[in-house]
Design a protein around this ligand. Structure first.
Ligand code: GLN
Ligand code: ZN
Length: 754
């Protein structure tokens, strides 16, 4: 058996690419210097993969921002507003990724969306009728040759034609069907080039196939590949799927002339059944995704080998279940975690070893092998993982724990009277810019260079400045600024029992943004209050309302690496009880508005609709209610989500029973508004009026336009005015300028309403 990896992380083991790119954005290094850093990273990891013994090594899985965007640019799917900036190819690319504001013009970034059920975000390419499909880029070829030059034969990876057409945003009158011929043409060109370069295998990523597919979808898929594969000649094509099984198109996929088909045996709960029931194709190789590309636990060899035995007789390549982009680079950089824990983990580099070990185990009488025995021993139990009190508390949760009283409409009246806010109240999502001094303060504490008192004093000073600034800006509902937080999940995880932390286990979230998800190791509980001191201090500085700021249980779970030995539901309820304790603590200490962020609520929403409720929402929404059902009627519960894609789960969102919800809307055309109206959404709403993922400053007019558009669909009594997410990644100047315009826009609107 041979081995394959679908894709490798790309920001660099120590986030070298992130830092270089950000320097480039600040004009501190040249494009050449940035390219050089990228090249060094690619070389290093190709060699690591090669030296591990890996047989199929990916190339073109590298990206300066996002591979879907790379594919769009490769095929000339570049809206004219970016082309007409007239800047370099690289800068045009970055303008699409993050907007551009400068001498050449002022354009917003493309929309950004969650990548399937992960916390990675991709750029949504946009196509209008004027765009002509053309193979204009050389990235896949360059990278293939670059690897070859250092002696590494790679399989170029590219977004598949079907997935690309499904993910595109069509802003003209044409739809996917209208582009079939163009798409066949450009992918055929791509294959011709691969042919010339003597590429042996190319990988077409088609994760979209794991969705529920319609008849038209199937037809589109078949037509595309019939056309594209007619020009493949000697290049072998691997059709790679991941994030689930392909039960809607299994037979159809096998009927197409691919040389290899990659299936996900980890998340695809029906994959094994499909293969056993329908068999496989004689002329194809099965790339079996058995090593989890999304989680950090060691592979359980016995279970994996059992799967491989059940598909014996099929020519198989042992593969990861998805790209390793979703796990950190290597355990080697973790110097602080004791070995009793680390031996249970495998990051990208360690997964390469697992592939190699599985390869050799699959060839021998495995039970006799030492690596097999050592692996078995790991699954006999883990230290420090059980807390009987927590387990009991979860068992005792009853229906009433999920219900807040009185009901929403009664609370809304009570709160209106109590808070007495102006129309269109203004607020922010919580964080203020994490400037260098804020980060340095945290680092200094971590390194023991300052005392806890000094650390706190610094943050208090920051909070005081932040409160003062918000008062000067005349925002209505204030926040403390979250200067104490490294990250919205890690911060809480660090204070909870049951969590483990890493030093360098970064994972890309989008572009240059990385997160370091904590690991849920055991049963979770709260030790002490986590935010009360910051929030009460901030409240003591102002007469305005101060929002307490917490992260919700579903998000904490979804942005952590979860356990695999108990259910996600059980872990989430444990976390919910811990956050509930904190909510009640804040309330008892005089905080009367509490925001519980569920930024990642949608993240683990199953990709197939039929599984939405039974496998996820039926416990995720109650988990949120469990957090706030204990507060008084006059305590206002806010929540925040980082995307507007909840049109289809809008009832579930309303069922969270929060009093106010803010969410991202500016990047996705405010489509959500119709859904809010149609569904008679009861919760008050603050659809973000500008995009904080980009440094550009929105004008008052622009914000007013957005608000007026919102008012067409939203009851004015229910509308809040806020940015679309926290401001932590932004600079101070643009933040102040943007918020000033935001407040001005709200005021002008108030005056207009009078
Ligand atoms: N309160 C958090 C912040 O403002 C929310 C972040 C998020 O939604 N990702 O940073
Ligand atoms: Zn957000």
């Amino acid at each position: 058996m041979r081995t394959s990896v679908i894709g490798y992380p790309r920001v660099g083991t120590l986030r070298e690419l992130k830092f270089a790119t950000e320097k480039y954005f600040r004009n501190e290094i040249s494009a050449d210097e940035l390219q050089y850093t990228a090249k060094v990273i690619r070389k290093k990891q190709w060699l690591i993969q090669k030296n591990s013994g890996l047989d199929f090594i990916p190339s073109n899985d590298f990206s300066f921002y996002d591979t879907t965007l790379d594919t769009a640019v490769l095929f000339n799917i570049i809206p004219d507003r970016y082309v007409s900036l007239g800047v370099s190819v690289l800068d045009t690319y970055f303008a699409m990724a993050r907007g551009y504001q400068g001498e050449a013009g002022d354009v917003k970034a493309l929309a950004m969306k969650k990548w399937f059920n992960t916390n990675y975000h991709y750029m949504v390419p946009e196509i209008d009728d004027a765009i002509e499909w053309k193979l204009v880029g050389t990235k896949p070829f360059d990278e293939y040759e670059e690897a070859k030059a250092i002696g590494v034969e790679t399989k170029p990876v590219i977004t598949g034609a079907f997935t690309l057409l499904k993910l595109l945003r069509y802003v003209g009158s044409k739809t996917a069907e209208d582009y079939i011929e163009d798409v066949i043409k450009v992918y055929s060109h791509l294959l011709e080039k691969f042919q010339k370069l003597e590429v042996k295998w190319a990988q077409f990523d088609e994760p979209y196939l794991v969705h529920d597919l319609s008849g038209e979808d199937l037809h589109l898929f078949q037509t595309l590949y019939k056309g594209i594969l007619s020009s493949k000649k000697d290049v072998k094509i691997l059709l790679q799927t991941y994030f689930g099984d392909i039960r809607d198109c299994y037979k159809e996929v096998l009927a197409v002339d691919f040389d290899g088909v990659g299936l996900d045996f980890v998340e695809g709960k029906n994959t094994l059944k499909l293969v056993e029931k329908h068999g496989f194709a004689d002329n194809k190789i099965l790339f079996a995704g058995v090593v989890n590309g999304k989680n950090i636990w060691k592979n359980h060899y016995k279970e994996t080998l059992d799967i491989l035995k059940r598909i014996k007789g099929i020519e198989t390549v042992i593969s990861t279940s998805c790209s390793l982009l979703h796990v950190p680079y290597t355990l080697k950089n973790e110097t602080k975690l004791p070995e009793k824990y680390t031996r249970h983990f495998a990051f990208a580099e360690e997964k390469l070893i697992e592939l190699e070990e599985l390869k050799s185990l699959s060839k021998c009488q495995e039970t006799k092998a030492d690596v097999f025995k050592a692996n078995e021993a790991l699954f006999q139990g883990r230290p420090d993982c059980n807390n009987v009190d927590v387990q009991e508390r979860v068992k005792k949760i009853s229906d009433s724990d999920f219900t807040r009283i009185p009901e929403f409409s009664v609370r809304e009246e009570i709160q209106k009277e109590k808070f007495n806010l102006p129309a269109f109240p203004t607020t922010t999502i919580g964080s203020f810019p994490q400037t260098a001094d804020v980060k340095a303060n945290r680092t200094a504490l971590r390194k023991g260079e300052i005392t806890e008192e000094q650390y706190i004093a610094f943050n208090k000073e920051k909070i005081a400045q932040c409160v003062k600034e918000q008062e000067q800006l005349d925002l209505d509902v204030l926040v403390h600024g979250e200067f104490e937080r490294n990250d919205m999940v890690e911060y809480f995880g660090e204070q909870l029992n049951g969590y483990l932390f890493t030093e360098k286990a970064w994972v890309q979230s989008y572009g240059t943004r990385c997160v370091k998800p904590p690991f849920i190791w055991g049963d979770v509980s709260r030790i002490n209050s986590m935010t009360v001191k910051w929030s009460t201090y901030a409240q003591s500085l102002t007469k305005r309302w101060m929002k307490g700021m917490l992260t919700g249980p579903v998000t904490i779970l979804n942005w952590s690496f979860p356990r695999e030995d108990i259910s996600l539901k059980e872990s989430t309820y444990q976390i919910a009880l811990a956050i509930r304790d904190e909510v009640l603590d804040l309330e008892a200490n005089g905080i009367q508005m509490i925001q519980v962020d569920e930024a990642a609520l949608r993240e683990k929403l199953p990709l197939r609709k039929s599984d939405w409720y039974s496998e996820y929402l039926d416990w995720a929404i109650p988990a949120f209610r469990l957090v706030h059902s204990g507060v008084k009627a006059e305590t206002q519960i806010h929540t925040h989500m980082c995307y507007s894609e909840f049109t289809d789960i809008i009832k579930a969102i309303d069922d969270m029973d929060a009093d106010v919800i803010t969410f991202e809307a500016s990047r996705s055309d405010l489509l959500i508004l119709d859904a809010l109206k149609e569904n008679n959404f009861k919760t008050q709403v603050g659809p973000g009026v500008y995009d904080i993922h980009s440094p550009r400053v929105p004008s008052v007019e622009e914000i007013k336009r957005a608000l007026n558009k919102m008012l067409e669909k939203i009851n004015p009594e229910k509308l809040w005015v806020n940015p679309d997410c926290g401001l932590k990644t932004r600079g101070v100047t643009e933040t102040t300028a943007s918020l000033k315009n935001l407040v001005d826009a709200a005021k002008e609107l108030r005056n207009a309403e009078k």
